[in-house]
Ligand binder design. Structure first.
Ligand code: PHE
Length: 339
């Protein structure tokens, strides 16, 4: 019997060492010291032994039981500790790894160019004026000396919301609003959105203009040309000149279209300027005295110039964007390039 006890202890010892989970350990525990264990069997057979051998054998069985139970709790601690270590390793943080970058948005190229334009004009003493995108015919057409039968008023060019309510087709509405409320001297620019019913690679139904208006005594066409030249040089660099060509606008007289030397070939002729060496930039002219009269400004005393430049066009030239629609598709891959 004694040998049997020693053997049970030995196999229990080696079995316990080979167990790696608490679950398996629990199974071993019931196998070796549980109710149906061999050791318990020995205890039940105690009665079959001669009387004088019983106490010693009972003691020996209990001792083995105790030892096995100690081995099991030792192993239990080891398993818990090693599982804890494993967990720590799997959850550990590698502090040498670079952190995850948070993507920060950036200004839209139109906003960037608008701010740049504002800065240039503010540095030359202009103030920023604003007007609503939703306008009436008076501010968009009538006060700008645009007769009722002018083609620009046509539904196919202008987005009408109601009979007398429309989306402004030009920022020239703001010169009307400024002259309604201020007496000369006036020196403002007004950047903002405009809307026209057109849509192709170089025209978007929503686009941006910056209007400039300068009204005072003795303002001349030379002042206009001077200001345009200063602006294009500040915007595009010293090599760039502007020129004007005769044109017609109902609210300026004389009127002109503004070109600048091609920013790609500097006048030599290339695909951007279609060989002409010049790029169209917007319209300009001397404020028509009729406009002053409508708005109650003394047209005998004051003269003024106005011009309107395409902001989208400026952004496209600056960043070499060939299709205006890219500006309004909100493709992150495109926008990311302007960080
Ligand atoms: N508003 C005109 C346009 O949209 C441009 C312009 C502005 C012309 C100011 C003359 C003076 O075409």
């Amino acid at each position: 019997m004694k040998e049997k006890l020693v053997r049970v202890l030995q196999t229990a010892n080696s079995d316990i060492k080979e167990v790696y989970s608490l679950h398996d350990l629990l199974l071993l525990k019931s196998r070796y010291i549980g109710k149906k264990s061999e050791l318990n069997g020995f205890m039940q057979k105690l009665g079959t032994l001669p009387k004088d051998e019983r106490p010693a054998f009972g003691k020996a069985v209990n001792k083995v039981k105790e030892e096995i139970s100690n081995l099991i709790s030792l192993r239990e601690k080891e398993i818990i500790e090693s599982e804890y270590q494993k967990k720590l390793e799997s959850e550990s943080i590698d502090i040498t790894m670079p952190g995850r970058k948070r993507e920060i948005g950036s200004l839209h190229p139109i906003s960037k160019v608008m701010q740049e334009i504002e800065d240039i004009f503010i540095s030359m003493g202009f103030e920023i004026a604003e007007g609503p995108d939703i306008e009436d015919e008076f501010h968009n057409f009538d006060a700008l000396n645009t007769p009722a039968d002018h083609p620009a008023r046509d539904l196919s060019d202008t987005f009408y919301i109601d009979d007398d309510v429309l989306l402004r087709t030009q920022t020239s509405t703001v010169q009307v609003r400024v002259m309604e409320n201020h007496k000369p001297p006036i020196k403002i620019i007004s950047p903002g959105s405009c809307y026209r019913n057109e849509n192709d690679a170089s025209h978007s139904p929503m686009f941006h203009q910056v209007e400039a208006l300068v009204v005072d005594e003795n303002i001349t066409f030379a002042d206009l040309q001077d200001m345009l030249n200063i602006f294009v040089k500040k915007m595009f660099g010293d090599k760039i000149e502007s020129r004007i060509r005769p044109h017609f606008f109902p609210f300026t007289e004389p009127s002109a279209e503004i070109d600048i030397i091609c920013v790609k070939c500097y006048g030599a002729g290339c695909n951007l300027c279609k060989g002409s060496g010049w790029l169209e930039m917007g319209g300009a002219g001397m404020v028509d005295p009729n406009v002053f009269d409508i708005l109650g400004i003394d047209s005998e005393k004051y003269t003024g110039y106005a011009f309107g430049l395409g902001i989208d066009r400026i952004a496209m030239l600056k960043y070499r964007i060939t299709d205006i629609r890219l500006l309004y598709e909100n493709d992150i891959r495109f926008l990311k390039q302007f960080k």
